[in-house]
Write a protein that binds this ligand. Structure first.
Ligand code: ADE
Length: 366
């Protein structure tokens, strides 16, 4: 793969191209990456690359000529020309994966106050790396290059990115290394059990738990998951996003063939799985809250009571916001009721603590 970067600041890429995995990929001839100075393509005798905006306004605008000529001289029929701009399509892992299969990328870094709108006409694609404005497209071009290069065949062990966060629309599972106990924090038993089947199962479950907890949006709005289970044991073997194409549905009773919408757009949901995973998580948290609550029965400490009260209130909010859609109604109502009781009891306790404090204060002033 070849990546050409058009920039006014080619030196910014020196460090980036001469370290770590990108450096190794270049040395091993997996990629060839060149940062070209847009100024070198200017036909102006002073090598001018920008000018004031028509209609007035602040700042300078990158001109068409140097960029059109640079792209013209680098481009081949297999090239994909990409403009880095905050107005582009939000970048994600799927785009990285698709770009990593290209033969040639030309990344154009905008700079200063912007670029002439007509430059858009030579780009096949516009990419934004997030909803914020940087001083130029150089850092975004590095981000795109880095995320693409690591996916190019032979750059890193393919197993390393098969489990990447987002590769299957799920966040990655937690990883640990030595020591097994660090400051009282233990590595989960299953990871040191040596049982690879159990480890795989744990990792798959953790991915879903993490995604539900931190990025429920990745799961909620997607079409569906194909969950493969072992028929005998009921054990979950794999969870794959959107691998549901091609399923046939046989209409039942008097349903007609025309009543069926395209199977590819159908949603296959396994609510029982999400429910099971969440239940494990919620039960653990509730046990922890109960332990804290029980401890509070032995003390009138204001700070600890306030902290547990705050935790319970926040956890109730968290459940309503993130888990409610994935919990059975009965279970959800029970948990919310239990949390309600804890919150209520702790509010009463806080009032008592305040009353005791006040009466102690007024006792002192009397
Ligand atoms: N140039 C300036 N800000 C940018 C962003 N957020 N994404 C891509 N290119 C940019």
């Amino acid at each position: 793969m070849k990546i050409d970067i058009l920039t006014l600041f080619p030196n910014m890429f020196d460090g980036f191209l001469s370290e770590s995995i990108v450096k190794r990929a270049i040395e091993n001839k997996k990629v060839s990456i060149n940062a070209h100075n847009i100024r070198d393509y200017s036909k102006d005798k002073h090598k001018k690359v920008d000018d004031t905006p028509y209609g007035g306004g602040a700042g300078m605008v990158l001109m068409c000529q140097p960029i059109f000529d640079a792209v013209d001289s680098l481009k081949s029929p297999k090239s994909r020309v990409i403009l880095m701009t905050p107005q582009g399509v939000p970048y994600n892992q799927k785009m990285a994966s698709s770009l990593s299969k290209s033969e040639h990328l030309i990344l154009i870094c905008g700079h200063y106050e912007g670029f002439d709108e007509r430059i858009r006409s030579i780009a096949d694609m516009e990419i934004s790396i997030g909803d914020y404005v940087l001083t130029g497209g150089e850092l975004p071009a590095m981000i795109v290059t880095d995320s693409v290069v690591r996916l190019v065949d032979g750059v890193i062990d393919s197993e390393s990115h098969q489990n990447d966060s987002f590769s299957d629309d799920l966040l990655d599972y937690p990883t640990y290394t030595k020591p097994q106990n660090y400051k009282g924090m233990e590595v989960p038993d299953v990871l040191v059990s040596g049982n690879h089947k159990e480890i795989e199962k744990w990792r798959q479950t953790e991915k879903i738990i993490k995604t539900l907890e931190r990025r429920p949006d990745l799961i909620k709005h997607k079409k569906g998951y194909l969950i493969t289970k072992d028929n005998k044991t009921g054990e979950i073997l794999s969870v794959e996003f959107n691998k549901i194409d091609g399923f046939e549905v046989t209409p039942k009773n008097d349903a007609r063939r025309e009543d069926i919408i395209s199977v590819n757009k159908m949603v296959i949901v396994k609510p029982s799985f999400a429910e099971k995973v969440i239940k494990l998580k919620v039960d653990k948290k509730m046990r922890n809250l109960y332990d804290k609550f029980n401890y509070l029965l032995t003390t009138d400490d204001e700070d600890s009571t306030a902290a547990v009260l705050d935790e319970a209130v926040r956890y109730r909010g968290f459940i309503i916001k993130n888990y409610a859609d994935f919990m059975g109604t009965k279970y959800r109502d029970t948990i919310l009721k239990k949390l309600g009781i804890i919150i209520n009891e702790l509010n009463i306790k806080m009032n008592l603590i305040y009353e005791i404090k006040e009466s102690e204060l007024s006792g002192k002033t009397r």
